[in-house]
Design a protein around this ligand. Structure first.
Ligand code: CTP
Length: 408
């Protein structure tokens, strides 16, 4: 992300408008400067004074469309000032006005004069959200690269529960930062593995590891947003491929190894977020094992360690591993960092139920040789992925031209 960006926050007239106050605070906490624009109907839900005090700037209102005493056209200077325009909440009415290019108040006139990234957080009643006209306007805006976050299912102003509630503030801040994102990985290739592997025992049974794949998919998404060419090698998971990412699906550890080894030669960064099965059944039956034949004796053999093998195969690449631990997390992770000669290892404690495996959240510590551990407190995997990519991209810039780490 780019710290200290100028964010113009448009607030339109829906019940979620009161959340704009907290959104201003959160964006400012992230180091951004925020100015607010309110439509006339937004003023029925939240006072301009609230947003003025929190943002530290006068709020642009309908009447600001008139040139001021100096003749300055404020909608033009606001559009020039902003690095990004975020409208949260955006009503069905304003979505339509933005899609059509109408310019009948300060917000829409400024939007028309603005040419940077646009983030929209719609909020409305389910029935309105589902209307063909609303969806059509949304498609038009997405076609012009608008970033749309939410809505989500939840309690609505009508008292009903349904689709139409504004996305949570963390997701909006994240979308803003992804939209602002540095395109600093243009020209770089990032290879990410994600999910578990499955090692068949017979046609219906397999040995596997617990992994939803979410962390790896979030990293692939964050890298693609920064302009990298991203290849995601995924074990069996139930997740959609992030936009702009190419995906190769694999099942076993050996398939994952073969695919990764082939792609590693071109990679500038390799992130092994997959939970690779360390063992596989030595024998795979081509027929289902029947219980009438008695208890099968399982014999296992080792799978290749994909990440360890990359040291020789891709010495030029920034190599990053994960250490999912249930014991002394940091010590175990440091052992793997050294044993596999990595640039970074991301350690997390998978014995906790509120982070890790099946959770949308994670809390990690990143270790690297000759650097102090960096702790990231519990947050969504998508938000964490953006911050981890900040770290990797900075390291990539620093080591450009520098040799790979040597064994000490
Ligand atoms: N890894 C790998 N190939 C394997 C096993 C693991 O590439 N056969 C990678 C993982 O993707 C991860 C890192 O190595 O990035 C550490 O994986 P982990 O399972 O935590 O550690 P192991 O090295 O397998 O050691 P152990 O299971 O004994 O803790």
């Amino acid at each position: 992300m780019i710290p200290g960006s100028n964010i113009l926050l448009g607030v339109t007239g829906g019940i979620a408008a009161f959340k704009a106050a907290e959104l201003v605070r959160r964006l400012k906490e992230r180091g951004h400067d925020v100015r607010c624009v309110m439509t006339r109907s937004a003023e029925a839900f939240i006072t301009p004074l609230t947003l003025e005090v929190l943002s530290g700037h006068p709020v642009y209102r309908e009447e600001y469309l008139q040139p001021d005493n100096s003749g300055e056209e404020l909608h033009i200077s606001a559009a020039e000032w902003a690095d990004l325009l975020c409208v949260a909440p955006v009503t069905a009415h304003t979505l339509a006005r933005l899609a059509l290019g109408l310019a009948d108040d300060f917000l829409t006139t400024t939007a028309l004069a603005f040419s940077g990234p646009l983030v929209l957080a719609p909020a409305m009643h389910t029935g309105m959200w589902q209307k063909e006209s609303v969806q059509g306007h949304l498609e038009v805006l997405k076609g012009r690269s608008a970033h749309v976050v939410g809505p989500v299912v939840g309690a609505l102003a009508s008292g009903e529960t349904g689709m139409g509630r504004m996305a949570d503030l963390e997701s909006i801040v994240l979308e803003v930062e992804l939209a602002l994102g540095d395109r600093d990985l243009v020209g770089k290739t990032v290879l990410v593995s994600a999910g578990p592997t499955q090692e068949p025992l017979d046609p219906v049974r397999y040995l596997s590891n617990r992994s939803s794949g979410r962390m790896g998919f979030a990293l692939a998404e964050a890298a693609a947003r920064r302009g990298a060419r991203v290849v995601l090698v995924a074990g069996p998971v139930d997740l959609e491929t992030p936009p702009g990412v190419s995906r190769a699906d694999v099942v076993t550890a050996r398939e994952m190894r073969d695919t990764i080894n082939e792609l590693a030669l071109d990679a500038d960064v390799i992130i092994m977020a997959a939970a690779v099965s360390d063992f596989r059944p030595s024998e795979v039956s081509d027929k289902k094992l029947k219980k009438r034949a008695g208890m099968p004796q399982l014999s296992l053999e080792s799978n290749p360690d994909i990440l360890a093998g990359l040291e020789d195969l891709a010495p030029h690449a920034l190599r990053i591993g994960f250490a999912a631990e249930t014991g002394d997390t940091l010590e175990e992770a440091r052992g793997k960092l050294e044993a596999k000669n990595l640039h970074f290892i991301i350690a997390n404690d998978v014995s906790r139920s509120d982070i890790g495996f099946d959770s949308e959240h994670n809390e990690v510590t990143v270790l690297g040789p000759a650097r102090a551990p960096v702790f990231f407190s519990r947050q969504s995997k998508r938000a964490l992925a953006v911050k981890l990519m900040d770290l990797f991209s900075e390291a990539l810039k620093k080591r450009e031209g520098a040799p790979a780490p040597t064994r000490g």
